[in-house]
Design a binder for this molecule. Structure first.
Ligand SMILES: [Zn+2]
Length: 250
Protein backbone atom coordinates (compact mmCIF):
# COMPACT_ATOMS: atom_id res chain seq x y z
CA UNK A 1 0.00 0.00 0.00
CA UNK A 2 2.62 2.62 0.90
CA UNK A 3 4.57 1.49 -2.15
CA UNK A 4 1.67 2.29 -4.47
CA UNK A 5 1.25 5.65 -2.85
CA UNK A 6 4.87 6.56 -3.45
CA UNK A 7 4.71 5.44 -7.05
CA UNK A 8 1.66 7.49 -7.82
CA UNK A 9 3.17 10.54 -6.27
CA UNK A 10 6.45 10.18 -8.03
CA UNK A 11 5.16 9.52 -11.51
CA UNK A 12 3.48 12.79 -12.37
CA UNK A 13 6.52 14.69 -11.17
CA UNK A 14 8.95 12.95 -13.46
CA UNK A 15 6.41 13.02 -16.25
CA UNK A 16 6.02 16.72 -15.85
CA UNK A 17 9.72 17.30 -15.89
CA UNK A 18 10.31 15.37 -19.11
CA UNK A 19 7.34 16.77 -21.00
CA UNK A 20 7.33 20.37 -19.84
CA UNK A 21 10.39 21.40 -21.78
CA UNK A 22 11.03 19.33 -24.86
CA UNK A 23 13.95 21.57 -25.65
CA UNK A 24 17.54 20.63 -24.92
CA UNK A 25 17.58 22.53 -21.62
CA UNK A 26 19.35 20.47 -18.94
CA UNK A 27 17.36 18.94 -16.12
CA UNK A 28 18.09 19.59 -12.49
CA UNK A 29 18.86 16.14 -11.12
CA UNK A 30 17.04 15.03 -8.00
CA UNK A 31 20.31 14.72 -6.20
CA UNK A 32 23.06 17.20 -6.96
CA UNK A 33 26.53 15.76 -7.00
CA UNK A 34 28.85 18.18 -5.23
CA UNK A 35 32.60 18.06 -5.18
CA UNK A 36 33.96 19.41 -1.94
CA UNK A 37 36.92 21.78 -1.94
CA UNK A 38 38.48 22.41 1.45
CA UNK A 39 41.66 24.00 2.69
CA UNK A 40 42.29 23.59 6.38
CA UNK A 41 44.93 25.95 7.67
CA UNK A 42 46.05 25.46 11.21
CA UNK A 43 48.10 28.13 12.97
CA UNK A 44 49.04 27.85 16.61
CA UNK A 45 51.51 29.34 19.01
CA UNK A 46 52.41 30.06 22.59
CA UNK A 47 53.76 33.07 24.44
CA UNK A 48 55.19 33.30 27.92
CA UNK A 49 54.86 35.78 30.75
CA UNK A 50 56.98 38.86 30.38
CA UNK A 51 60.42 39.39 31.82
CA UNK A 52 61.24 42.93 32.88
CA UNK A 53 64.66 44.11 31.68
CA UNK A 54 66.40 47.26 32.76
CA UNK A 55 65.89 49.75 29.95
CA UNK A 56 68.62 50.85 27.65
CA UNK A 57 70.25 50.23 24.30
CA UNK A 58 72.39 47.45 25.79
CA UNK A 59 69.27 45.44 26.61
CA UNK A 60 68.00 45.95 23.05
CA UNK A 61 71.31 44.79 21.59
CA UNK A 62 71.16 41.65 23.70
CA UNK A 63 67.86 40.41 22.23
CA UNK A 64 69.34 38.28 19.40
CA UNK A 65 71.69 36.54 21.86
CA UNK A 66 68.69 35.21 23.77
CA UNK A 67 68.28 32.60 21.01
CA UNK A 68 71.83 31.31 21.39
CA UNK A 69 71.79 27.52 21.44
CA UNK A 70 68.18 27.40 20.22
CA UNK A 71 68.20 28.99 16.77
CA UNK A 72 68.48 26.54 13.88
CA UNK A 73 68.84 29.41 11.39
CA UNK A 74 70.37 32.91 11.43
CA UNK A 75 68.55 35.14 13.92
CA UNK A 76 66.66 38.02 12.33
CA UNK A 77 65.50 41.20 14.07
CA UNK A 78 62.14 42.67 13.04
CA UNK A 79 61.69 46.21 14.28
CA UNK A 80 58.34 47.82 15.11
CA UNK A 81 56.58 49.22 12.07
CA UNK A 82 56.41 52.98 11.63
CA UNK A 83 53.09 54.75 11.24
CA UNK A 84 52.95 54.43 7.44
CA UNK A 85 52.73 50.64 7.87
CA UNK A 86 50.13 50.76 10.64
CA UNK A 87 47.55 48.88 8.52
CA UNK A 88 49.94 46.12 7.40
CA UNK A 89 48.16 42.75 7.54
CA UNK A 90 49.20 39.44 5.94
CA UNK A 91 45.85 38.81 4.23
CA UNK A 92 45.80 39.03 0.46
CA UNK A 93 42.05 39.74 0.16
CA UNK A 94 42.62 43.21 1.56
CA UNK A 95 45.10 44.46 -1.05
CA UNK A 96 46.03 47.76 0.55
CA UNK A 97 46.84 46.14 3.89
CA UNK A 98 48.58 43.24 2.16
CA UNK A 99 50.68 45.65 0.08
CA UNK A 100 51.78 47.47 3.23
CA UNK A 101 52.69 44.15 4.78
CA UNK A 102 54.75 43.09 1.75
CA UNK A 103 56.49 46.44 1.55
CA UNK A 104 57.37 46.17 5.22
CA UNK A 105 58.51 42.56 5.25
CA UNK A 106 59.72 41.50 1.81
CA UNK A 107 63.31 42.05 2.96
CA UNK A 108 63.04 39.32 5.58
CA UNK A 109 63.91 35.66 5.14
CA UNK A 110 61.23 33.06 4.32
CA UNK A 111 61.51 31.79 7.91
CA UNK A 112 60.79 35.22 9.38
CA UNK A 113 57.97 35.93 6.92
CA UNK A 114 56.35 32.59 7.80
CA UNK A 115 56.74 33.36 11.51
CA UNK A 116 55.15 36.79 11.06
CA UNK A 117 52.20 35.38 9.11
CA UNK A 118 51.54 32.74 11.77
CA UNK A 119 52.14 34.92 14.84
CA UNK A 120 50.35 38.00 13.54
CA UNK A 121 47.38 35.89 12.39
CA UNK A 122 46.94 34.43 15.87
CA UNK A 123 47.64 37.80 17.50
CA UNK A 124 50.70 36.58 19.40
CA UNK A 125 52.82 39.57 18.36
CA UNK A 126 51.96 43.12 17.29
CA UNK A 127 54.59 45.01 15.35
CA UNK A 128 52.95 48.32 16.26
CA UNK A 129 55.06 48.09 19.41
CA UNK A 130 56.94 44.77 19.44
CA UNK A 131 60.52 44.26 18.42
CA UNK A 132 60.74 40.61 17.39
CA UNK A 133 63.85 38.46 17.11
CA UNK A 134 63.13 35.31 15.21
CA UNK A 135 64.62 32.06 13.94
CA UNK A 136 63.74 28.50 13.02
CA UNK A 137 63.71 26.57 16.29
CA UNK A 138 62.72 23.04 15.26
CA UNK A 139 61.83 21.12 12.13
CA UNK A 140 62.53 21.28 8.43
CA UNK A 141 62.36 23.78 5.58
CA UNK A 142 60.82 23.03 2.21
CA UNK A 143 62.82 23.37 -1.00
CA UNK A 144 61.99 27.11 -1.19
CA UNK A 145 63.30 27.71 2.32
CA UNK A 146 59.90 28.05 4.02
CA UNK A 147 59.27 26.15 7.25
CA UNK A 148 57.15 23.01 7.01
CA UNK A 149 53.79 23.07 8.81
CA UNK A 150 55.18 21.25 11.82
CA UNK A 151 58.36 23.33 12.09
CA UNK A 152 58.48 25.60 15.13
CA UNK A 153 59.55 29.22 14.60
CA UNK A 154 59.76 32.11 17.01
CA UNK A 155 61.97 33.83 19.50
CA UNK A 156 61.68 36.89 21.70
CA UNK A 157 59.16 39.73 21.42
CA UNK A 158 60.04 42.89 23.33
CA UNK A 159 58.27 46.16 23.97
CA UNK A 160 58.82 49.15 26.21
CA UNK A 161 56.76 49.41 29.34
CA UNK A 162 54.83 52.67 29.09
CA UNK A 163 54.90 53.24 32.85
CA UNK A 164 58.55 52.68 33.61
CA UNK A 165 60.41 52.57 30.29
CA UNK A 166 61.72 49.10 31.13
CA UNK A 167 61.86 46.57 28.34
CA UNK A 168 59.37 43.71 28.65
CA UNK A 169 60.47 40.54 26.86
CA UNK A 170 58.40 37.44 26.30
CA UNK A 171 59.09 34.14 24.60
CA UNK A 172 56.90 33.50 21.56
CA UNK A 173 56.72 30.38 19.38
CA UNK A 174 54.42 29.39 16.57
CA UNK A 175 53.84 26.82 13.86
CA UNK A 176 51.28 25.84 11.30
CA UNK A 177 50.12 25.58 7.73
CA UNK A 178 48.40 22.87 5.73
CA UNK A 179 48.60 20.20 8.36
CA UNK A 180 48.82 19.33 12.04
CA UNK A 181 51.03 16.96 13.92
CA UNK A 182 50.35 15.80 17.44
CA UNK A 183 53.74 16.33 19.00
CA UNK A 184 54.33 19.89 17.70
CA UNK A 185 52.49 21.42 20.66
CA UNK A 186 54.74 19.61 23.11
CA UNK A 187 57.90 20.63 21.21
CA UNK A 188 56.64 24.22 21.10
CA UNK A 189 56.02 24.27 24.84
CA UNK A 190 59.51 22.93 25.55
CA UNK A 191 61.11 25.55 23.30
CA UNK A 192 59.05 28.30 24.93
CA UNK A 193 60.50 27.28 28.29
CA UNK A 194 64.03 27.25 26.88
CA UNK A 195 63.66 30.76 25.45
CA UNK A 196 62.16 32.06 28.70
CA UNK A 197 65.07 30.70 30.70
CA UNK A 198 67.49 32.40 28.24
CA UNK A 199 65.64 35.71 28.76
CA UNK A 200 65.80 35.31 32.54
CA UNK A 201 69.52 34.59 32.27
CA UNK A 202 70.12 38.08 30.84
CA UNK A 203 72.24 40.34 33.02
CA UNK A 204 69.52 43.00 32.67
CA UNK A 205 66.64 40.75 33.77
CA UNK A 206 64.71 42.01 36.79
CA UNK A 207 62.13 39.21 37.02
CA UNK A 208 58.81 37.99 35.68
CA UNK A 209 55.98 40.43 35.09
CA UNK A 210 52.51 40.21 33.59
CA UNK A 211 52.39 41.45 30.00
CA UNK A 212 50.19 44.48 29.45
CA UNK A 213 50.28 45.34 25.82
CA UNK A 214 50.18 48.98 24.81
CA UNK A 215 46.93 49.97 23.14
CA UNK A 216 47.50 51.28 19.62
CA UNK A 217 46.10 54.72 18.90
CA UNK A 218 42.82 54.72 17.00
CA UNK A 219 43.39 57.87 15.04
CA UNK A 220 46.29 59.34 13.16
CA UNK A 221 48.68 58.45 15.90
CA UNK A 222 51.72 59.84 16.67
CA UNK A 223 54.82 61.21 17.84
CA UNK A 224 58.11 61.29 16.01
CA UNK A 225 61.10 60.15 18.04
CA UNK A 226 63.67 62.91 18.36
CA UNK A 227 66.40 60.31 18.82
CA UNK A 228 65.92 57.93 15.88
CA UNK A 229 63.18 59.57 13.78
CA UNK A 230 60.73 56.70 14.26
CA UNK A 231 57.09 57.78 13.87
CA UNK A 232 55.08 56.01 16.52
CA UNK A 233 51.51 54.89 15.97
CA UNK A 234 50.78 55.47 19.64
CA UNK A 235 49.32 58.73 20.78
CA UNK A 236 50.02 57.94 24.38
CA UNK A 237 53.44 56.37 23.96
CA UNK A 238 56.06 57.66 26.34
CA UNK A 239 58.90 55.64 24.93
CA UNK A 240 59.89 55.18 21.32
CA UNK A 241 58.89 51.62 20.26
CA UNK A 242 62.06 51.38 18.20
CA UNK A 243 64.90 52.77 20.32
CA UNK A 244 63.27 52.98 23.74
CA UNK A 245 64.21 56.62 24.29
CA UNK A 246 61.69 58.97 25.83
CA UNK A 247 59.44 60.65 23.27
CA UNK A 248 59.25 64.42 23.51
CA UNK A 249 55.83 65.95 23.33
CA UNK A 250 55.32 69.14 21.38
ZN1 LIG B 1 63.47 56.30 18.75
Amino acid sequence: MPLEFLKRKGQPETGQATTAKPSASPLLPEEIVAQDHILKLYYAGKSSDGVRLKAGPAALAELPHMLTGLAQSPVEVVEPLPIEFSQATPTIVTPSEAMQWLNAHHVHSPITRHALVVLESIDAIDLAFDTFVCALLDGELDTSGYPEYNAVVGGVAAHWDEATGDMICRAVVGWGGKGVRGDTDRIGAKLLGNILSNILASQFALGLTPVERPVPAAGRGGLVCAHCGFASGHERAFYCPKCGMRLLRG
